[in-house]
Design a protein around this ligand. Sequence first.
Ligand code: HEC
Ligand code: HEC
Length: 444
Amino acid sequence: MVGAGLAIAMAGAVSAAAPTDPVASTIVTNGENPHPVRLLRPPAAPLSAMAQLGRLIFFDPNLSSSGQLSCASCHSPEHAYGPPNDAPVMQGGPRLSRQGVRAVPSLMYLERQSGFSIGPDNAEDESVSLTQRAAIGPQAPRADKTAQDTAQTAANLVPQGGLFWDGRADTLQDQALGPLLNPLEIDGGSVAAVSAKLRHAPYAPGFVQLFGAPVFATPRLAVAEALFAVARYQIEDPSFHPYTSKFDDWLEGKARLSEAEMRGYLLFNDPHKANCGGCHLDQPTRDGLPPLFTDQQFEALGAPRNTALSVNADAGYFDLGICGPYRTDMQEQMQYCGMFLTPTLRNVATRRVFFHNGAFRSLRQVLDFYNFRDVDPGRVYPRAADGAVAKLNDLPPQYRANLDVSDPPFDRKPGDAPAMTSEDEEDLIAFLQTLTDGYEPVAR
Ligand code: HEC
Ligand code: HEC
């Protein structure tokens, strides 16, 4: 590479953390955003009566068979609406003794999630990396996510959007009936049973005021309206999408990143190293909407099997994401088996359990997974009875062709140098910590 700036423009790529790169090293020591933007946040307005009712339902433990479990028990407001503890999955049911099957996702930043679809891979069009902007201004394109050479990607069709780890629900309203009735969760029994509980809830008068007295005559209607109210609460209440992280301030030119945070940020966007930004998009949209840290697409990354899940005691059980078992409309679509939705990384540093099966308990473990899955799998997977490393032990062999082996850092072979050094991993964690909401700038 000659003259870093020009090389960036031509190659669409830069080894950003290299100390010889003048653009990168100036940015690192200075810590400021060379191209501040104005972010468009959702307007703050008082909650509608509907959303206020939704809040009461969200926190109501009486809808559960145990009398102890509300939405907020698993999606804890003090924990970015994610799990309140480090258990890989939460427990539900009448005595809170039934173990769930997947890690509880955060409910934050779902307000812009689109419905599930299979369509062209164009999510990246809007994002431009910092070093590219620093070098050649705001309009530079970023390197495209590499597509695997399969029939669908030849047509460039990829699954995207939806809610849950497998994208099986489309709207916050559709979604909420699941946990409400799920015997492993709130375990509300039937639609009729939940409707009867709503009818006797302290907020029942408000319910009637909003929906009219006949609402309880049709249980399905009462429950549908309750779910609508909960969805309104999540959409309207700013606590679900505040965009108040240090990184948001930095994007607007109101905060400086430390050297470690900045090195982490550059690694995050370096297509030859960590390349996290290839899927966890970290650039504002052209319209100034803050980045969501997800391209809303699905990938099969091959996380190790989590033996702490009781459901995994059955050696024949596999959670295959899009193609089942919890999602049932795509079971024939073998090319999507093992794929899970890319989650947001906002507030991820507040979590103590990561990935769909809760296999990882720290960001360090997550980073080690990205770094060593291919070059040194013995550091990620257990050994089988014969002593061999059980690589991809949670993805049956017939679906391993779906594994992402093209997007860096997953494009490496056994024995190659890992994409990141141990220090790089530390720097990335420092950067991830800037994504936690509620940043209070130090008074200057
Ligand atoms: C026992 C724990 C538990 C309770 C109680 C619970 N959830 Fe969840 N929630 C989960 C788990 C686990 C998932 C992920 C399930 C999956 O992907 O299959 C989830 C997923 C979600 C999602 C999708 C999030 C995303 O990122 O795609 C939403 C929205 C949601 N829950 C809302 C609610 C609401 C509203 C309630 C109350 C009516 C509720 N949950 C009650 C455990 C719970
Ligand atoms: C090819 C797309 C892709 C790339 C590149 C990528 N991720 Fe991910 N990330 C995902 C997907 C998909 C998941 C969920 C996988 C699962 O649950 O099986 C995920 C999950 C995570 C999680 C767990 C979040 C949670 O709530 O449980 C963290 C943390 C994370 N990624 C950080 C990173 C970092 C740091 C990098 C760069 C080293 C990175 N990712 C690169 C797609 C990607």
